[in-house]
Design a protein around this ligand. Structure first.
Ligand SMILES: CSCC[C@H](NC=O)C(=O)N[C@@H](C)C(=O)O
Length: 684
């Protein structure tokens, strides 16, 4: 029998152990912590460079929505102040030219409306009473008006209406008649008939005036002429526009008479027009359309009348994502992805080789998976604000001065500083396919000990032409938290490495990108801290394609989770929302003209090889990679007698993480599936 003091001793030890295990436990990230994440977006820096306005996003646990308010941060004192407050979403802030007012869109009264806050008094006015959501607010240079875009619905009666319904009878809802090419849009549901048009609103409020009114979608990013009498916009106004999805051009609209003049006309898209502050030039992005899976979006300028077009970034083998003019109109600030990082550079308009990188630390806005995603804002004096990326934090606001980056906000110190997070380390290795260098990142679980052996999760990005990088990712962190090493790479076909690298998978996907992924697993195993019996694979969208492809080629994985995949390219092209793009840019022929070609690249063709236990997970309202793809694979795996299950997420679109609880569910199902099959490996 144990005496009292011995029992007290063991009691204390037991208590201590519990305490230790509780504190270790509470120090690692949990899926519920998703609700504590904040991040910055929609940056606007004041013309004197003293203040940055931004949207401070937070997750509302009651409504399961991402909300946000506008805050300001002083670039010298770092003091933060609220501009708006309340449980709704205030977004798209636009500073008036004199800097005294902030226009923005807010859902505080229900439907999104345009509001203005006078910054010195804090007084706020609701300027509109619109029936659809406005977007792309831009102040005229004289401060008198705000241009914006909005959807205008075209009500057309159905061609058939039933007669004979008795009074008070309850009949089924009327059938839905569809004859549009684009009849449903991922994240937007089944579309209404109509078009997006440009509007003009007095900065004092009142009734907005519709500036464009034809069958084309004229809405989108606009730029004002210096005279405040003209607008420059990009639209696809071609005859066969639905089937030439990249046919955008730049147009000038004269507000007084409504005359629209076309300024660009090549085969290929021209977009993002930005009029220079002196009113002489238009900078824009575009490329010659080669019907390839990927094109670098090149920086161009032309004279304000459309003459003298020239490319400024021909020597930079990267795609430009965002542009802003310097106040003297001699330079442009450009943002682009490079080796998984997002860079901000200054580019002279006088010669393409006059370019200097100002910061390599942009990012942090894709907190679900570690995609590149960033923004910047530039003031009249050349002060620069960026969304700052750190592997252990979602986007904060920072300023860049003389190529030095200073972080202004600490939006997640309360939620994350006391957590032990996975450390992220870059790896580069030659692919087994052909020795091509591949870049990736390893996430080490909290308290990693290299003398132990860990399960390995390979997590694969989608797109397929996108890029991961050393950016904060709730999914990667949560997969690593219980003790898994996670590896994520940019296989060939990813962006940020130049056009040739992205085109390695042009009409050839999946192919050697699969070898790149398998080499990453081999490289990790060689390091000695991976249990080779506990290899797991997962990926979403394009990553779901590659996961399903991999298990059709190898049985090395103990389990797989295939999220929102394409399983059969033939059916995908005929059910996905952007089908005019997919069949023309990802394939050489129409599906029925090349059934063998489509099936050769379809994971369903290799389902007969699969033995890996496979969980499928897709949103039921995913119209990008429709759930019918998932269902095909599920039923095929069942027919094959392979262990499988299907997780259907009600109402979720392709962007599963839009609702925080859906992101929780996704990660928890992945971890649960892998845990089941990890235990089976222990029993073997
Ligand atoms: C492979 S089919 C197209 C899927 C989609 N691509 C574009 O929309 C995709 O891969 N999306 C990625 C970015 C994702 O959802 O992670």
């Amino acid at each position: 029998m144990m005496n009292a003091s011995v029992s007290r001793f063991f009691g204390v030890i037991f208590g201590l152990c519990c305490l230790i295990s509780i504190s270790v436990h509470s120090n690692t990230l949990k899926s519920l912590d998703i609700f504590d994440i904040e991040y910055a977006s929609d940056l606007v820096i004041s013309s004197d460079g003293d203040t940055v306005y931004f949207v401070r996003h937070y997750m509302d646990i009651q409504s399961d929505r991402k909300l946000g308010n506008i805050w300001s941060v002083n670039t010298k004192t770092k003091q933060m102040l609220p501009v708006t407050t309340g449980d709704h979403l205030d977004y798209a802030p636009a500073l008036s030219p004199s800097g005294d007012r902030l226009a923005y869109i807010s859902t505080r009264t229900g439907k999104p409306q345009i509001f203005v806050t006078w910054l010195s008094s804090g007084k706020t006015a609701k300027l509109t009473n619109l029936s659809s959501a406005p977007s792309n607010l831009v102040w005229s240079p004289n401060g008198n008006s705000i241009a914006f875009s909005m959807f205008v619905s075209e009500s057309k009666p159905a061609p058939v209406s039933l007669s004979g319904k008795p009074k008070d009878a309850k009949w089924a809802d009327a059938p839905i008649y569809i004859d549009d090419v684009y009849y449903r849009r991922d994240g937007g549901g089944y579309t209404e008939k109509g078009s997006t048009e440009l509007f003009l609103l007095s900065s004092q409020g009142g009734t907005p005036r519709q500036l464009t009114q034809d069958e084309f979608n004229n809405g989108g990013a606009v730029s004002w002429g210096k005279d405040s009498k003209t607008l420059y916009f990009s639209a696809n106004r071609g005859e066969n526009r639905e089937f030439t999805p990249l046919g955008r051009d730049i147009f000038k609209l004269t507000i007084d008479d409504g005359v629209i003049t076309q300024l660009t006309d090549r085969v290929g898209p021209d977009s993002n027009p930005k009029v220079s502050p002196n009113g002489k030039y238009i900078a824009y992005l575009g490329f010659d359309d080669k019907r390839a899976n990927y094109h670098n979006n090149l920086l161009h300028i032309m004279d304000i009348d459309g003459n003298n077009k020239r490319i400024l970034s021909a020597d930079l083998d990267r795609s430009i994502d965002a542009i802003e003019w310097s106040d003297d109109a001699k330079n442009l600030y450009i943002q682009y992805d490079d080796f998984g990082h997002t860079l901000l550079a200054k580019q002279s308009i006088s010669g393409s080789n006059k370019r200097s990188v100002l910061s390599k630390q942009l990012g942090g806005q894709s907190y679900g998976r570690p995609y590149t995603s960033a923004e910047f804002s530039v003031s009249a004096k050349g002060n620069l604000a960026i969304t700052y990326s750190d592997p252990s934090r979602p986007a904060d606001v920072a300023v860049v001065t003389n190529q030095k980056t200073t972080i202004l906000t600490q939006l997640n110190e309360d939620a994350l500083a006391h957590k032990t997070l996975a450390k992220i380390e870059e790896i580069r290795f030659p692919s087994s396919a052909d020795g091509k260098e591949i870049q990736g990142w390893i996430a080490y679980p909290p308290n990693f000990d290299k003398t132990k052996r860990y399960p390995l999760i390979l997590e694969i990005h989608g797109g397929p032409v996108t890029a991961y990088g050393p950016h904060f990712s709730m999914e990667i962190q949560l997969l690593a938290a219980p003790g898994n090493v996670v590896v994520y790479i940019n296989p060939r076909g990813s962006s940020s490495y130049g056009q040739a690298f992205a085109r390695e998978i042009d009409k050839n996907y999946p192919s050697k990108d699969h070898d790149d992924l398998m080499t990453a697993v081999d490289v990790l195993i060689e390091k000695g801290f991976i249990d080779p019996n506990k290899l797991f694979i997962t990926g979403g969208s394009g990553g779901g394609v590659l996961t399903a492809w991999a298990i059709g080629q190898t049985d090395r994985f103990a389990a797989a989770v295939v999220a929102k995949p394409v399983i059969n390219w033939f059916s995908f092209v005929l059910t996905a929302d952007s089908y005019p793009f997919f069949y023309q840019y990802w394939f050489d022929k129409k599906p029925w003209e090349d059934i063998d070609g489509y099936m050769k690249f379809s994971p369903i063709s290799y389902v007969g090889n699969v033995t890996t236990p496979t969980l499928l997970l897709t949103g039921e309202a995913d119209y990008r990679t429709p759930i019918s793809e998932t269902e095909q694979y599920y039923q095929a795996l069942k027919i094959q007698g392979v262990e499988t299950a299907m997780v259907r997420i009600p109402d979720a679109s392709h962007g599963i993480y839009r609702k925080p609880s859906n992101l929780m569910a996704k990660v928890e199902y992945i971890l649960w599936w892998f845990e089941q099959h990890s235990q089976q490996q222990d029993v073997k």
